[in-house]
Design a protein around this ligand. Sequence first.
Ligand SMILES: Nc1nc2c(ncn2[C@@H]2O[C@H](COP(=O)(O)OP(=O)(O)OP(=O)(O)O)[C@@H](O)[C@H]2O)c(=O)[nH]1
Ligand SMILES: [Mg+2]
Ligand SMILES: [Zn+2]
Length: 367
Amino acid sequence: MTLADLGWNSWFAAAFAPFEKQGWRPARLIRDNRITYGALLADGEEREVVLGGRVYHEAVSDADLPAVGDWVALEVGEIGDETVIRGRLPRLTCLSRRAPGQSAEEQVIVANVNIVLVVTEGGADYNARRLERYFAIIGRSGAKAVVLVNKADLFSASENRATVEAVRALNPDVDVHLTSAETGRGLPAVRSYFQAGVSVAFIGSSGVGKSALINRLLGDEYQWTGEVNEITGKGRHTTSARELMVLRKGGIVIDNPGIKEVQMWTDESTLRESFSDLADLASQCRFFDCKHGPDAGCAIRAAVEAGTLDPARYAGYLKLDAEIEKLRGRCKKRQMTIERRYKREERQKVRNASDRRELEREQRPWR
Ligand SMILES: Nc1nc2c(ncn2[C@@H]2O[C@H](COP(=O)(O)OP(=O)(O)OP(=O)(O)O)[C@@H](O)[C@H]2O)c(=O)[nH]1
Ligand SMILES: [Mg+2]
Ligand SMILES: [Zn+2]
């Protein structure tokens, strides 16, 4: 495997020049493990790498931090040592979501993709508004958008045709293909987007068949990663993490977890805003740290019981807090490890400097 197979080009090479002088090696990030990253090097070697303190501290926002698809400069440690990300190269394209409203917080979904395949399904699940939002973020990213209307085997010819036409009406410039991971329909068209060095990302709601399509493309190379759905007991393989893979026949594919509407388009503050009526209610709870579960004197539960609050909305509100909490926990965890590492590196530097002084003293016994 060469760097070109991974998507490297002269633009990245030029940007890498200053890092090369330091003896660092280019690599592409293929996985974000929250605390570490998976990186692929030129020879196809995969390494688990950590974020250097400096890269972390110089990041103005989360969007500056390395993301899956990014090219980075690695200081490859001695055996047993950590491999550290010392720099991130500028992005050729960047698929990101930005929360609506005043918040400028941007979250990178994937960097340096050339083509984004939006997977959707026909029939009742087809949602034009959702597709519009996908087009908006892809338009901003610099990548090309393609729509796959999947599960064609489940719908009638006229239903499929209607969906394809609806997509074309939304965006006449976009390629639309009817596909089926079940029957293989439309797969040659999908395959045509895969060429050596070209990065293709699949996005779309959970369950539309992104992984199933990728599975058909990759064949034996691909391992289902998810687990069986506990509720349905079916072999649903929900993708839990974004992953970049290189196809043996050439081409780079990025599978994404299904994008949940709420997670996709809003940040914490807009989420809270949309539940502001519930927040007002919550302020009437007896305890300021009420979890709105079985807590005594909970105003929210009382409203549900009184029939003035929709239980579904209440459930959403409960989940929302957990979601936000989880998000925060992850951020904090990563920050802590990076901080620790940063401090360790600083201590090491001090130690190295004092060792050096020691050595200098030994070498100059006349002083
Ligand atoms: N009939 C039919 N079923 C399909 C098709 N594509 C996917 N499925 C099924 O739909 C279910 C979900 O497919 P996945 O590939 O896991 O969906 P996904 O988009 O990767 O979902 P997340 O990983 O949760 O985002 C699986 O049970 C698949 O077998 C299709 O074209 N036709
Ligand atoms: Mg999946
Ligand atoms: Zn409460």
